[in-house]
Ligand binder design. Structure first.
Ligand code: NDP
Length: 493
């Protein structure tokens, strides 16, 4: 069989790959061995900046198929016909760990989905939980620092984690979910995905609806207990990557059923709980799940770095018929995610194949920048307006107006009515768990809080205990007992 030739990056075939060019068989290496330089210099540049969050991940290609008609809510083309299929790429991840960390850590899981639609790419960048730890992006860097390593010891620190959570009671709902066994899912196939934020949908009549997205696993929920997750960390750090990859290779394609919850603009005005607060869910009985379609993952990437590491998701990527909401956390992420991708991959990151929309010609006046590889607009004008090209800003894509409060202030009362009940929903969740799930959750909380150390241990534990009690008295009692806290000494019961 004819063999391909070994070449330099510039395409020159060469003869010796392993031996350096030397002066005599034992002599020093000559500077002119540029192949040696090229190999070493490229190797030195193999790493790109690690994602600050969601560094450890797995991804796969697949298809989204519409099974139900939701055109009364949205004109987005990907939903315009039952049976319509849209190619997707999905990246799962843990959140706090580094790129080499274990897949089974107790942590939310990222669920970032890119739909390649005929109207451009739509990224739904969510998690496996319907809520988040904070409701304002201004707290994000503080929160994430507590999930990373302590500055002095370079160790993970339960003290930092619980100090922040106890001082920030809006975290309780997400912490409650995290402490159930859903905090250690059995790989990525057996967990739900959620858009988490409230988004909007806009229909052909230009009416706006607010929506939440839910992807329910068709494989069934399956979790590790805390102990099993610890064991798996020792056995196989890459359990979730292996499980996803091997199942797709075998043709056992994982699926999720997409459902939405919908609120009209009028319902938003009358809602008691702020519908744009990402620390709260919309109760199913008030806002029932509506079937939309099926997501299937059916193709492993040919190359991990090319497709998974370079995949760049941003909530800023929406399509006609899908819009944002005033959710403060979403608003922060709209800016921050694209910014993070520009830092990680460069200003032209959208030209990398996994990020490029295959169905749309990209027409704008952005030019140049590192790694521009799409022709850079060729000889077309690089300014607007101009008398030469034939590109228009099409008013048909204008979004309908959205009424908001118009006062700007340095500080609004974040504890106003409808904003400050951080306890009912986590309590509801605890009460709906099976007895076994309750016991596992309590044990997970006790194990985690027991690791709080140092001079502030008691102060942090008591502050957090208050939150648990406010969610559910029985839950608080169990945790206090497990932590050996004499509640009669501290609380007026
Ligand atoms: P429902 O009884 O209608 O829904 C309960 C929801 O809880 C189901 O979606 C179920 O998911 C989910 N669930 C069960 N166990 C866990 C767990 N350990 N971690 C996270 N979710 C879990 O009640 P409500 O809609 O009134 O919600 C009650 C509570 O359920 C909420 O306060 C919230 O904590 C939680 N929840 C609510 C969701 C919502 O969108 N309304 C979504 C997810 C959780 P599944 O059906 O997949 O098993």
């Amino acid at each position: 069989m004819k063999k391909d030739k070994l070449t330099t990056a510039s395409g020159r075939p060469y003869a010796y790959h392993e031996d350096s060019l030397t002066a005599g068989p034992r002599g020093p290496v000559l500077l002119q061995d540029y192949i040696l330089h090229e190999k070493m210099a490229h190797f030195n540049r193999e790493r790109i900046p690690e994602r600050v969050v969601h560094a450890k991940g797995s991804g796969a290609y697949g298809t989204f198929t519409v099974t139900h008609d939701i055109t009364q809510y949205t004109k987005a083309k990907l939903f315009n016909e039952i049976g319509k299929q849209t190619p997707v790429f999905l990246r799962f991840s843990t959140v706090g760990g580094e790129k080499g960390s274990a897949d089974t850590e107790r942590d939310p899981r990222g669920f970032a989905l890119k739909f390649y639609t005929e109207d451009g790419n739509w990224d739904l960048v969510g998690n496996n939980t319907p809520v988040f730890f904070i409701k304002d992006a201004k707290k994000f860097s503080d929160f994430i620092h507590t999930q990373k390593r302590e500055p002095r010891t370079n160790l993970k620190s339960a003290t930092m984690v619980w100090d922040f959570w106890s001082l920030n009671p809006e975290s309780l709902h997400q912490v409650m979910i995290l402490m159930t066994d859903r905090g250690t899912p059995y790989g990525y196939r057996h967990m739900n995905g959620y858009g988490s934020h409230t988004f909007s949908m806009i229909n052909k009549e230009n009416e706006r609806f607010f929506v939440k997205f839910h992807f329910k696993t068709a494989q069934g929920i399956k979790n590790f207990t805390g102990k099993e997750a610890d064991q798996m960390r020792a056995e196989d750090m890459d359990f979730a990557q292996r499980d996803l990859y091997e199942n797709i290779e075998k043709g056992n394609f994982p699926k999720w059923n997409l459902k939405i919850q919908v609120m009209t603009e009028q319902e938003v005005k009358n809602a008691v709980v702020n519908p744009f607060d990402v620390t709260k869910v919309w109760p199913h009985k008030d806002y029932p799940l509506i079937d939309v379609g099926v997501l299937e993952l059916n193709k492993n990437p040919e190359n991990y770095f090319q497709d998974v590491e370079q995949a760049a998701f941003s909530p800023a990527h929406i399509v006609d018929g899908i819009g944002f909401s005033p959710d403060k956390m979403l608003q922060g992420r709209i800016l921050s995610y694209s910014d993070a991708q520009r830092y990680r991959l460069g200003a032209n990151y959208e030209q990398i194949p996994v990020n490029r929309c295959p169905f749309m010609a990209i027409n704008n006046y952005q030019r140049d920048g590192l790694m521009r590889i799409d022709g850079n607009g060729g000889s077309k004008p690089n300014y607007y307006p101009n008398s030469f090209d034939n590109i228009e800003a099409d008013q048909n894509y204008a979004e309908p107006a959205f009424e908001i409060e118009s006062t700007i202030a340095d500080h609004f009362d974040r504890n106003a009515e409808g904003e400050n009940d951080h306890f009912s929903q986590p309590g509801n969740l605890y009460r709906l768990l099976s007895q076994q799930d309750k016991e596992n959750t309590i044990s997970n909380i006790i194990n985690s809080m027991n690791a709080i150390d140092g001079e502030k241990r008691e102060e942090i534990i008591l502050r957090q205990l208050c939150h648990w009690f406010r969610a559910d008295t029985e839950l608080g009692m169990h945790i206090a007992k497990g932590l050996n806290i004499d509640i009669s000494k501290h609380f007026n019961m």
